[in-house]
Design a protein around this ligand. Structure first.
Ligand code: NDP
Length: 308
């Protein structure tokens, strides 16, 4: 199987390089491109040429404009990368019969209520990022290409910029932290997303388009950013990390105390039954992946290993 991966340097893209490798030949390409192939999603014609040149059976798009607050002041760029570029990849996939695997977000929902969102619930994004991701989803569906869209939430990894790294840095610098406790979701590891993707790609490779569609992919369980921060700090301290803050000095505050350019949904719960049923998977509890990642980060820091 020949797989073309865009966005190979991001949190999910990096893990996909590992997880997809046993499935066949993986051509992994970042924003800067590779061997004359364009990887910048802002260059629509360029990425179309890349797909035609590589002629993959599966295109995986892990590249995205993920700066949620900055998107409010750069809506055109966010829509170009998250909205139009996936449509171009989808058009190319349709032309050759390739599968397109793409990632989207809980931010396509408005965050109302307390029930986990199911795939066909009405969407209504609160911010530019969410609207741009929704545009990408729609473009893929409208193209008629065979596709898998995985909506995920609160992504973290050992490598990359994410909440775990931010909390560990702040806990080193300060005795007290304030973290919002009224947004609920499931922290989801990039490694889990990549492993599920590989499993699904293998399944669709031997199947018709019956498995095509949109799936919610998040770790099991739910938490607030506040409780998540407490677990990160607790796990790091128990490994001997030199932190000033402790779980007891992480203070719960409402979202209003942290005004951000982009509004965030309160309810980011994603129901994953469709994914688990369709692909025969059991998603792990969110805590296990978080503790594993904190352990890796703390051990790297203790050994003086730089985190990219
Ligand atoms: P990251 O921000 O870690 O990675 C995104 C990657 O896309 C980066 O390598 C970035 O490169 C690259 N990129 C940005 N702009 C372009 C461009 N114009 N052309 C090519 N590459 C570009 O994101 P994640 O790995 O966390 O996200 C993977 C997917 O999951 C995305 O679709 C995202 O929308 C979705 N998602 C992410 C969530 C999260 O919490 N992070 C939550 C829910 C969904 P560079 O570093 O150079 O900017």
């Amino acid at each position: 199987m020949r797989i073309l991966l865009f966005g190979c340097d991001g949190q999910v893209g990096w893990e996909l390089q590992r997880a997809l490798a046993p499935l066949g030949e993986v051509l992994a390409i970042g924003r800067a491109g590779r061997n004359g192939l364009v990887g910048d999603l802002a260059d629509g014609e360029g990425i179309a040429r890349t797909v035609r040149t590589v002629s993959p059976e599966v295109i995986v798009n892990a590249a995205a404009y993920t700066a949620v607050d900055r998107a409010e002041s750069e809506p055109e760029l966010a829509h170009a990368i998250n909205g139009r570029a996936p449509g171009i990849l989808a058009r190319e996939a349709k032309a050759t019969g390739a599968w397109l695997v793409h990632y989207s977000t809980d931010y396509v929902f408005d965050g109302s209520g307390e029930k986990p969102w199911v795939e066909n619930d009405p969407t209504s994004p609160l911010n530019v990022y969410g609207a741009s991701k929704l545009e990408g989803e729609a473009a893929i569906r409208e193209s008629g290409c065979r596709h898998l869209i995985f909506r995920t939430s609160w992504v973290y990894a050992r490598r990359g910029r994410n909440f775990i790294h931010t909390m560990l840095r702040l806990a080193q610098e300060r005795e007290t932290l304030k973290v919002v406790n009224d947004q609920i979701g499931a922290p989801t590891g990039a490694d889990l997303i990549a492993d599920v993707t590989a499993h699904a790609v293998r399944a669709v490779g031997s199947s018709t388009e019956a498995l095509a569609g949109t799936y919610h992919l998040a770790a099991r369980g739910e938490t607030s950013w506040w409780a998540y921060a407490r677990l990160v700090i607790d796990a790091a301290r128990s490994l001997g990390a030199p932190l000033q803050a402790s779980p007891e000095t992480v203070l719960a505050v409402p979202s209003e105390e942290f005004p951000t350019s982009a509004a965030r949904p309160r309810n980011s719960r994603l129901a994953t039954a469709k994914l688990e049923r369709t692909f025969g998977l059991a998603l792990p509890l969110w805590e296990s992946g978080v503790v594993r990642t904190v352990t890796e980060i703390v051990q790297c820091q203790a050994n003086g290993i730089h985190q990219p």
